[in-house]
Ligand binder design. Structure first.
Ligand SMILES: [Zn+2]
Length: 311
């Protein structure tokens, strides 16, 4: 497999207050893991900054301007957008570059420049609803990437698989009425953002939630994948698979109580690649979402990326 990794130094300049779990060190720890010789074949590329218009693929213009107004001009200032969501002077640029990386990754897999891609960006995106920044997220990057694939390449069916330990409420909000996008999520429940029950299925049955109880681990996660996520993907036969790849279901993570290990992310990646091989000409684009224990994140993301490379 040819795998591209999108990165950019601007992702380290989106600042959150001291002690906030969503911090620049997350990417630094992943970068150290990627120095291993296993990753010498990885094609690493600087993410381009998306045009502001890209935000409007998944959000009304008012949301873009609302976020923009709250980004401080002073370099040493951090503004609170809502409960736990913050913006510093470079946050808008970082969020637009995360979107640019995701769109470029879609371009790569659609044009055959790569089989799959991973976008190592922050801020994350899956909690951002149509009109609301929340949960460390400003704009919904994965939703914008899905819309870009549909608009630029006429892709009919996009599947988004979200294995972040928190429910991807924003992505569900954006695609709730949309039969052209399948959204499958495994997440701890109850847990922030308190949505993601099994009976939230969307207007056309294209929302598939697989909640997991606290203090469960690999067995329950893999069972949820096998009994709910994979059958839904087979029924939907996607032309493109996007992954909201959070690694906070790792047992070391401080924000949740699901006990996955690195091998589980390798396993789940492999299962999605089998679906992509069967229906989607191998096209997989994976975007970093959460993951707040530096060691757990680096280990899990490295195993995920290695599986993308090996096939
Ligand atoms: Zn999360």
């Amino acid at each position: 497999m040819t795998t591209r990794l999108y990165e950019h130094p601007i992702f380290l300049e989106h600042l959150t207050p001291e002690g906030h779990p969503e911090r620049p060190d997350r990417l630094r720890s992943l970068n150290i893991a990627l120095e291993h010789p296993n990753f010498s074949g990885l094609k690493r590329q600087e993410a381009p900054q998306a045009n502001e218009d890209a935000v409007m693929l998944a959000h009304p213009e008012e949301h873009f301007f609302a976020v923009m107004r709250q980004v401080p001009e002073e370099e040493d200032r951090i503004n609170q957008l809502e409960a736990d969501t913050y913006a510093s002077s470079k946050s808008l640029q970082a969020a637009l570059t995360a979107i640019g990386g995701a769109m470029a990754a879609v371009d790569d897999v659609m044009r055959g420049a790569a089989d799959n891609a991973f976008v190592a960006a922050r801020p994350p995106g899956h909690h951002a609803e149509k009109t609301k920044a929340m949960g460390f997220c400003l704009f919904n990057t994965v939703a914008i990437a899905a819309r870009h694939a549909q608009k630029a390449y006429g892709v009919e069916r996009v599947a988004i698989v979200d294995w972040d330990v928190h429910h991807g409420n924003g992505t569900q909000d954006i695609f709730f009425d949309d039969a052209s996008v399948l959204f499958c999520s495994t997440h701890q429940m109850p847990l922030y953002p308190w949505t993601g029950k099994k009976d939230e299925v969307g207007t056309h049955g294209t929302i598939v939630n697989a909640p997991l109880s606290a203090n469960t681990g690999s067995d329950h996660f893999r069972e949820a994948f096998k009994s709910r996520v994979l059958p839904a993907l087979h029924d939907f036969s996607p032309d493109l698979i996007l992954i909201s790849a959070g690694f906070d279901a790792h047992h070391r993570d401080p924000l949740a109580q699901i006990n996955l290990v690195g091998e589980d992310f390798d396993w789940a990646t492999g299962r999605l690649m089998e679906v992509a091989d069967r229906f989607a000409a191998n096209r997989v684009v994976s975007l970093l979402e959460g993951g707040y224990d530096l060691e757990g994140l680096a280990e899990s993301a490295a195993m995920h990326i290695l599986r993308l490379m090996k096939g």
